[in-house]
Design a protein around this ligand. Structure first.
Ligand code: NAD
Length: 358
């Protein structure tokens, strides 16, 4: 049966970058992949069209889809809306509705772009790291939380960090499975020397490791991990961590790759159904100018084939096409060095399509 993909272009540059990813989907379909897609609204575009950032029509389509490709949401136009109608509510809503608990963020530094990074080329050239962040638990959602008054009359804010055994087990399994498909090394990041939650986290991950004897497990404190990521990031294959630590480390790791315009991401449920999107936002400053880099979105299609459709071969073809395009010197503004010729969003998409057809 056809794999059914829901496409949510969203706001700002979303529709432009998604249009280039659709060109790639069309090539794959023409080459025999059994895929079909339809479009829906999310974020500000959904508010404009249907009065809600995650409207019922999108909910229905998202639940029925095998995978979802998203552009990006948000923009100044929507900043004055009440919180529950803001575009970001659309993303939080779809993640919660579909139970997307595992966020995968690869940080890949292409040799061709090493000079564009603020890191020394020898530190990042050839870097291929995957950060796996738990997305639905931890201190971001823990109860109780709020404000109260201390005994001596001061206002105090408080949040609660917690993870249960099943929550840790399921994210650990995604980590081991991902490591199995890559370099077979998993580094679990915690703060076990200070936090009870981390002590349990480490115990559970260590226990789950016995089911994966072919994967080498190590543990690292989050403060050390933050340091090691900039000192020697190539030591890592897959990192797995909780929501709070993962939020920070994945943004840190994104800088290693040179441009946020290059980085895809996936958020998966227990059955590997996923939402795929570039890590960047809707870049309203460059919308409708044919300037946005579509490669992160195109690489998100690759991740979709790898993780939701179990077709690593298609993901490899997309990666290879992107590499070929970079090797040929094609650059959008965000990844160009001074003096390099800059091409537009559409031309970059066409270049990837041409590489796929070769
Ligand atoms: P941003 O990621 O949109 O932009 C940051 C900078 O990077 C801008 O200068 C932008 O031009 C540039 N940039 C981003 N993507 C690019 C691409 N593909 N090619 C070339 N340059 C690119 O972050 P921001 O400016 O902080 O946020 C803008 C809007 O996006 C806000 O409304 C924010 O809430 C939203 N946002 C959405 C998501 C999401 O949809 N998942 C994520 C982050 C921010």
């Amino acid at each position: 049966m056809s794999k059914n993909i829901l496409i949510l272009p969203g706001d700002g540059i979303g529709p432009e970058i998604v249009a280039e990813a659709v060109k790639v989907l069309q090539v794959l379909k023409d080459q025999g992949e059994d895929i079909a897609w339809s479009f829906g609204h999310l974020g500000g575009a959904a508010y404009d069209a249907e009065g809600h950032p995650y409207p019922e029509s999108t909910q229905k389509a998202a639940r029925a889809a095998d995978a979802i490709l998203m552009g990006s949401v948000g923009g100044p136009k929507y900043d004055a809306l009440p919180r529950e109608l803001r575009p970001e509510r659309g993303i939080l809503g779809i993640r919660k509705d579909l139970g997307l608990f595992a966020n995968l963020r690869p940080a890949l530094a292409y040799e061709e772009l090493a000079a564009a990074s603020s890191f020394k080329p020898e530190v990042i050239a050839g870097l291929d790291l995957l950060i796996l962040r738990e997305l639905t638990g931890d201190i971001y959602f823990g109860q109780p939380r709020g404000r109260r008054e201390t005994a001596d009359g001061h206002a105090e804010g408080y949040d609660t960090m917690h993870y249960s055994v099943p929550e840790i087990e399921r994210i650990a399994r995604v980590g081991f499975e991902a490591a199995r498909k890559r370099g077979k090394r998993l580094c679990s990041v915690d703060k076990e020397n200070v936090l009870e939650t981390s002590r349990l986290w480490r115990e559970v991950v260590t226990r789950v490791a016995t089911e994966y004897p072919d994967v080498e497990l190590s543990h690292m404190y989050v403060d050390n991990a933050a340091m090691q990521l900039v000192k020697n990031p190539k030591q890592f294959d897959v990192m797995v961590t909780g929501n709070l630590f993962g939020d920070i480390l994945s943004d840190e790791a994104s800088m290693l790759a040179g441009s946020i315009g290059m980085l895809p991401s996936a958020s998966l449920d227990v059955n590997n159904k996923g939402l795929y999107e570039p890590i960047h936002g809707s870049a309203p400053d460059i919308m409708r100018q044919n300037k946005a880099n579509p490669l992160a979105t195109i690489l998100s299609v690759g991740m979709m084939f790898k993780y939701s459709f179990d077709r690593g071969d298609v993901a490899d073809r997309i990666d290879a096409a992107v590499r070929a395009v970079l090797r040929a010197g094609k650059r959008t503004g965000d990844i160009a060095m001074p003096g390099e010729t800059v091409i537009g969003t559409r031309e970059m998409g066409d270049a990837v399509v041409a590489a796929l057809l070769r």
